[in-house]
Design a protein around this ligand. Structure first.
Ligand code: FMN
Ligand code: SF4
Length: 443
């Protein structure tokens, strides 16, 4: 069981507000605490387009990493002509070290089910899938129990809230590698096929599962949509930062403590790390923070005032990614950490795009020889060139993100990198001296 971290009382909890329930599958208790109020409002009082408008007014952005505007996807799916449409809730959790999504499914399965039903109502879908990592047995068990109870109570099923509309929601355990979390790969897996990322456009909202318009949404995004319908877009907009309102789940690790917390977007990194006893005045010292999972950015402790938001992290060279935040030890070797992460990213690259397949391996090789004390004089330039080439040509975001660990080292830990590049610099200088002595031009 992953611990839920205690957060300041002033931090709102749209996602984990019901997380302390003794039995999260107890439907009566969940309904008393607000579950399905948003769905009732949507189905009984709002036209589908008005639901999309409410989500747009809230400024909801996807919590699966990229921060795409949720209302844009719903509108595209609703307005694409099709006989059938689907909703797919992405609860795969590609980064197994960040258990934010399975924990939400375990602690409040009704929030996700309600969000799925609202999305289905908004786009006109009669069928939905909640994809969960197959090893997350607890989340799957509770989701199945909650779905059964919600159907029996008429919230979903043959006649959703007596609306005359049908909605079937299935739980689908899925298991695979890191790339399975990417939406087009996940859709292929749900079709029973082996998947690699697909060229977009067309986006899944126009052509997704079985070629039909499909809204693929992270489970947190859907749970937040349920909260927005219940409490209103203005209440949501008042939480977090104006550019990206609301909260998000993070899995934060310090030297002594780790756990999951719901944080308002825009919260300074320092305040998040203080939850695990790192970063504050009395906190344990650390050198850097790895943000976003294995393809994340490594920020120096000097950047602890950076707000945890999509735009601020992107500008700093990191990303929200899996919601993982790890404080490294004070004596950590960031270059070795970056090599490890790059090796993981290179191994997980599916290989469909050549610059990603070859480029991530080259970056790994360069990191490896620098760490082994055998750098080449051109390595720093090569790293810069490779990163620029790779990010410009990916079929999916993995290519760009895989360059982040080494890019962080070049941007923030240059003295350490230069120290490790020193043997190559000396070698080059030695070659120059020999060339001058020999009377040849030195290049
Ligand atoms: C390599 C890779 C792995 C991903 N893994 C996940 C994942 O585990 N869960 C998730 O929701 N999104 C993941 N995504 C993002 C999805 O492709 C997609 O953008 C997201 O599910 C859309 O939902 P959202 O708009 O609610 O964020 C991943 C993307 C990439 C490139
Ligand atoms: S960018 Fe990388 S991971 Fe994405 S499709 Fe291309 S090779 Fe595969």
């Amino acid at each position: 069981m992953t611990d839920l971290l205690k957060t300041p009382a002033s931090w709102p909890r749209p996602l984990l507000g019901r997380a302390s329930a003794d039995d999260p599958t107890d439907l009566d208790a969940a309904v008393k605490a607000g579950a399905f109020a948003g769905l009732k409002k949507a189905v009984r009082t709002l036209a589908p387009a008005a639901v999309v408008a409410e989500i747009r007014a809230a400024g909801l952005r996807g919590r699966g990493g990229a921060g795409f505007l949720t209302a844009d996807k719903w509108q595209a799916a609703a307005s694409t002509l099709a006989g059938r449409r689907y909703v797919v809730a992405n609860g795969y959790g590609a980064d197994p070290a960040a258990r934010t999504d399975p924990v939400l499914l375990e602690r409040d399965p009704y929030a996700v089910i309600e969000g799925v039903a609202i999305a289905a109502w908004a786009i006109g879908a009669d069928s939905a899938i909640i994809a969960v990592r197959a090893t997350e047995a607890g989340a799957i068990r509770r989701l199945e129990a909650a779905l059964g109870a919600a159907e029996e109570a008429g919230f979903i099923g043959a006649n959703m809230l007596d609306s005359g509309r049908e909605l079937t929601i299935d739980v689908r355990p899925v298991q695979g590698a890191y790339m399975l979390g990417e939406e087009t790969v996940l859709l292929k897996a749900l079709e029973g096929k082996r998947g690699q990322p697909e060229q977009r456009p067309p986006y899944p909202s126009e052509r997704g599962l079985f070629g039909r318009p499909t809204v693929v949404q992270n489970v947190q995004t859907l749970a937040l949509a349920a909260w927005i319908l219940r409490e209103g877009s203005a209440a949501f907009g008042a939480i977090g930062s104006p550019a990206a309102p609301g909260t998000i789940l993070v899995h934060v690790r310090g030297a002594r403590r780790a756990g999951i917390a719901e944080v308002p977007l825009g919260t300074p990194l320092r305040a998040i790390l203080e939850l695990v006893g790192a970063g504050g005045r009395s906190g344990l010292a650390f050198k850097a923070v790895l943000i976003g999972g294995p393809s994340g950015g490594i920020l120096p402790a000097a950047l602890l005032d950076t707000p945890y938001s999509f735009a601020d992290l992107r500008d700093a060279g990191a990303h929200i990614g899996s919601g993982s935040i790890v404080a490294t030890a004070a004596e950590a070797d960031v270059l070795e950490l970056a090599e490890l992460l790059t090796r993981f990213c290179a191994s997980e690259a599916c290989g469909k795009t050549i610059p990603c397949r070859i480029g991530t391996r080259r970056i790994e090789e360069i990191a490896s020889r620098i760490n082994a004390g055998t750098p080449r004089p051109t390595d720093a330039d090569l790293l810069t060139d490779l990163s620029a080439d790779i990010v410009a040509s990916g079929l999916c975001d993995h290519e760009r993100l895989a360059t982040l660990p080494m890019a962080s080292v070049m941007r923030y830990f240059r003295p350490e990198l230069d120290a490790k590049l020193q043997p190559a610099a000396e070698q080059a200088a030695g070659r120059q001296r020999v060339a001058v002595v020999d009377g040849e031009p030195a290049h």
